[in-house]
Write a protein that binds this ligand. Structure first.
Ligand code: SF4
Length: 478
């Protein structure tokens, strides 16, 4: 058996998680680790599993010929929330797509869902000169409760004809499409030019340097990745266009979403009604709702979205971004700077709590997305960082305790409407922060992120993307 500890494959990632110690390394997550383009419906259950399948394929291909000659089949086992809700989230189809050579960023829109729709079909995994049959039946749903260090765990094995193990890997989907594995070490990269572990330190760096938040994020990005500013701008433009595209595609689409719930798309209808509402404010909020529904419906259908910070919460940021561009007439430069500033909130939440429904419930997905969107709007409108922080704090504070209870394991109910509510809440949080005296604001962003981490730790597992509690049960029982 070969169990490599280093990565020949493509997955790459950054650490997730636990609350930082005083000596914690500075936040090193990059903009394009946070904002990833790929197929829905779930960053943790679709994108990361696809990356794992692709990484395993690369590792198999790197084996010596003597091992490949013995190879007979691949077996994948899903644990935790991946086992509980993997069917509704399209996990098996995503892993199969990865094993067939696809990576999330370049995966044809809807491919995992198409693969999942033909469970009996036998596919061919190419390991160079050796080809292996593989189907959805090779992806096995194992224990929901387990002892692995991360909630969302996958094991993958290359087996010989007698069931002997030629290669074993243990992958962890740590939220937001981030992937780690047993023996994983953070990729070699530069250190941030302006190090910080929490918002208090970030404020200090801003004060010391006199930089704006988006400038500081840019300088850190270049220092960490070695990528120059023009290339960052070009890639960020691609991310922002992918967000706008997902709004437009969703507004054009109609019909029923995949799965057994029979959920009909409603973004198009809401958009049409919103246009004719009698009050200006209703028309505006109605359009934000429609934009968020559009992206979340695309996500539920397995279409291409941007993790912001996750697929499940992918409708919030694009809804506000689209409204800022088309309804509030905010210019391209301010939009870009707002998106850069929003990344800081995502980094802080990911580093000091978590952004996975399976780790902390939906407060870490739609709650963090709403906080990021509120920060984006405040920054794009030129408010000081204290107002941005307060806007993000308000948005997250009023998502605290929000559970993850997707009905039937599909990222549809309550997820789609929840994105619309999160987007409108982000707008209101920004409004509240800009109308109040910042000196009267009592709760810091660090405090609310700590509260989210603690609430998530104490949250019962049935409310963490297992579809074993909450609406997932009560709606079925009705
Ligand atoms: S309830 Fe929230 S966290 Fe759970 S799957 Fe839906 S969007 Fe994601």
């Amino acid at each position: 058996m070969i169990r490599p500890d280093t990565a020949p494959g493509a997955a790459g990632s950054a650490p997730a998680g636990a609350a930082p110690q005083a000596t914690a390394p500075p936040i090193g997550t990059t903009i394009f680790e946070l904002f990833k383009t790929g197929p829905g419906p779930s960053s943790s259950h679709t994108m990361a599993p696809m990356s794992a399948g692709h990484d395993f394929l690369c590792r198999c291909r790197a084996l010596p010929t003597s091992a490949l000659d013995e190879a007979a089949r691949i077996e994948v086992r899903l644990f935790g929330s991946l086992s509980a809700t993997g069917i509704g989230h399209g996990t098996a189809g995503a892993i199969l797509a990865g094993l067939l050579g696809h990576e999330p960023a370049a995966c044809p829109s809807g491919l995992p869902a198409q693969l999942a729709a033909t469970p009996e079909k036998i596919h061919t995994v190419s390991l160079g000169d050796r080809c292996l049959p593989c189907s959805l039946g090779d992806v096995i749903r194992d224990a929901v409760v387990h002892d692995f260090p991360f909630a969302n765990t996958m094991t993958m094995a290359l087996l010989d004809a007698r069931g002997g193990h030629l290669l074993d890997m243990e992958y962890y989907s740590t939220g937001g499409g981030f992937l780690q594995w047993k023996g994983w070490t953070p990729p070699e990269r530069g250190t941030p030019r302006h190090p910080y572990v929490n918002m208090r330190q970030l404020r200090e760096r801003l004060k010391e340097t006199g930089l704006t938040l988006h400038e500081l994020i840019l300088e850190n990005e270049s220092a960490i990745t070695g990528i120059e500013r023009p290339a960052i701008f070009q890639r960020l433009q691609g991310v922002m266009e992918a967000m706008h595209d997902s709004v437009l595609r969703g507004l054009e689409a109609s019909g029923q979403l995949p799965g057994t719930l029979g959920v009909a798309r409603k973004a198009q209808g809401v958009h049409a009604v919103a246009k004719d509402l009698p009050y200006t404010v209703d028309r505006f909020l109605g359009r934000i709702n429609a934009y968020a529904l559009a992206v979340s419906e695309e996500n539920a259908a397995g279409g291409t979205v941007v993790t912001a910070p996750t697929c499940g919460a992918a409708g919030v940021m694009p809804a506000l971004l689209h409204a800022m561009r088309h309804d509030l007439n905010i210019g391209g430069r301010a939009l870009r700077e707002g998106v850069l500033a929003s990344a800081a909130v995502g980094f802080l939440a990911k580093s000091n709590a978590a952004i996975a429904g399976a780790e902390v419930g939906c407060q870490g997905e739609v709650g963090v997305a709403s906080a990021m969107a509120a920060a984006m709007l405040a920054h794009a409108r030129g408010y000081a960082v204290v107002t941005l922080e307060n806007a993000a704090e308000i948005a997250l504070e009023h998502h605290l305790g929000l559970t993850c209870d997707p009905v039937g394991g599909y990222v549809q109910i309550p997820c789609i409407e929840r994105n619309a509510v999160g987007a409108v809440k982000a707008y209101n949080a920004c409004l509240l922060a800009t109308c109040e005296d910042p000196k009267q604001h009592m709760v810091s962003l660090d405090a609310v992120i700590r509260a989210m981490a603690e609430t998530g730790r104490d949250m019962n597992a049935k409310f963490k993307e297992t579809s074993a509690g909450g609406l997932a049960v009560s709606m079925v029982d009705c």
